[in-house]
Ligand binder design. Structure first.
Ligand code: ATP
Ligand code: MG
Length: 230
C-alpha cells in the first residue's frame, strides 16, 4: 500500500484549469520531483497539497487514512488541522524579517501550542542544519543558503509527514544546489515523504526517487527516476 496518495486533484482559477485531475502515490521515504515548463501548475499543485489553495476536487490519503476530501465548504479549523500533515519551504523562503532565526522556527509551534518541548526541538534542528550560532540573528544578516535552512527548520519544527519544496535551487549558486540535494536526501530520516518542484532536470535526477511531469495541469508522465531518464 502506498504511504501517501493524491487522487484526482483539480484546481481552476475562474475558467482556467491550473491543475487538472492529478493523481500520484508515494511509498514511505520516497522523494518525488514535480517537473514541467513554466505555468503548467507545479506551484499550484504544491499549494493545493498544503491547502493554501483549496482544491475544487480530489482527496489525500496518508498512511491508509483519508485525511482530506474536497467539499463545498470546510471550516478554517479543519483546514488548519489537515495542513499540519504538510510542511512547505517556499521558493523565496518567506521568513519573517522582524523575528530572529529561532523565533522564525518556533513561532508556529508556539501559536499552535502543540509540543511543550518546542524550544528544544528548535535547538536540535538548528544544530542539525548548522545554524546553532545563528539562533539570535535576523534573516537579513544571513546568506541565501542559510535562510533556506532556517525555512527548512521552520517546516520540520511541526513534524510534518510530507514536506514540500518549491524550486529549492532557484535562489542558490550551483555549489549550494549540491548541498541542498544532500540535505533533502538526508530528510528521508525525519519526514515520511518529500515533494520537490523544480525546473532543473539535473537536480531532479539527483534528488528524486520518482518524477511527475506536468503538461497543461495534467500528469504527462509519472515514473521512477531510473525509467524516466533511461
Ligand atoms: N491565484 C491565482 N489566480 C489566477 N491564476 C493563477 C493563480 N495562481 C496560478 N495561476 C495560474 O495558474 C497557472 C499555473 O501557475 P503555477 O504558478 O502553478 O505554474 P508553475 O508551473 O509553478 O510555473 P513556474 O515554473 O513559472 O513557477 C498559470 O497560468 C498561472 O497564471
Ligand atoms: Mg512555480
Amino acid at each position: 500500500m502506498a504511504y501517501f496518495e493524491v487522487r484526482n486533484i483539480s484546481k481552476s482559477f475562474n475558467e482556467y484549469k491550473a491543475v487538472d485531475d492529478v493523481s500520484f502515490m508515494l511509498e514511505k521515504g520516497e522523494i518525488l520531483s514535480i517537473i514541467g515548463p513554466s505555468g503548467v501548475g507545479k506551484t499550484t499543485l504544491l499549494r493545493c497539497l498544503n491547502l493554501l489553495e483549496y482544491p475544487d476536487k480530489g482527496e489525500y490519503i496518508l498512511n491508509g487514512e483519508k485525511i482530506f476530501e474536497a467539499t463545498e465548504e470546510m471550516p478554517e479549523n479543519e483546514i488548519r488541522s489537515i495542513r499540519k500533515h504538510f510542511g512547505l519551504v517556499f521558493q523565496n523562503f518567506n521568513l519573517f524579517p522582524q523575528y530572529t532565526v529561532k523565533e522564525n522556527v518556533t513561532l508556529a509551534a508556539k501559536l499552535n501550542n502543540i509540543d511543550p518541548d518546542y524550544r528544544n526541538k528548535a535547538d536540535e534542528l538548528l544544530k542539525k542544519l548548522g545554524l546553532e550560532d545563528k539562533a539570535d540573528a535576523y534573516p537579513y544578516t544571513l546568506s541565501g543558503g542559510q535562510q533556506q535552512r532556517v525555512a527548512i527548520a521552520r517546516a520540520l519544527e511541526l513534524n510534518p509527514e510530507v514536506i514540500c519544496f518549491d524550486e529549492p535551487t532557484s535562489a542558490l549558486d550551483p555549489e549550494l544546489a549540491d548541498n541542498i540535494c544532500k540535505l533533502i536526501r538526508s530528510l528521508k530520516k525525519e519526514v515520511s515523504a518529500i515533494i520537490v518542484v523544480t525546473h532543473d532536470m539535473n537536480f531532479a535526477k539527483k534528488v528524486s526517487d520518482r518524477i511527475i511531469c506536468l503538461k497543461d495541469g495534467k500528469v504527462d508522465r509519472f515514473d521512477t527516476v531510473e525509467n524516466y531518464f533511461s
